[in-house]
Design a protein. Structure first.
Length: 87
């Protein structure tokens, strides 16, 4: 079964969220050039332009920021490598 980066896990640490070698969440605020870090791409966030499929030539503003059901942005904590647990 695939692992969901936005699953908070039993302790709320989002254990499958993309992180760098220091355990910090990795975000991309750019729609292009997403580098691969630790075998995964950074999580996109922010408002990105997207072509409107119904109206050629028109751009839409799409907010890609992952959010909780109450609308607040998801902000995974840092998981320090020395304290990380196997999931």
């Amino acid at each position: 079964m695939p692992l969901d980066a936005l699953d908070p896990g039993p302790d709320g640490t989002y254990p499958h969220f993309p992180r760098d070698a220091q355990g910090r969440p990795v975000w991309s605020d750019s729609p292009t050039g997403l580098p691969v870090i630790n075998d995964g791409a950074p999580m996109p966030r922010g408002v990105q332009p997207m072509r409107d499929p119904r109206h050629p030539g028109r751009l839409l503003a799409v907010d890609e920021t992952p959010r909780h059901p109450n609308g607040e942005p998801i902000n995974p904590p840092v998981i320090h490598p020395e304290t990380a647990h196997a999931t």
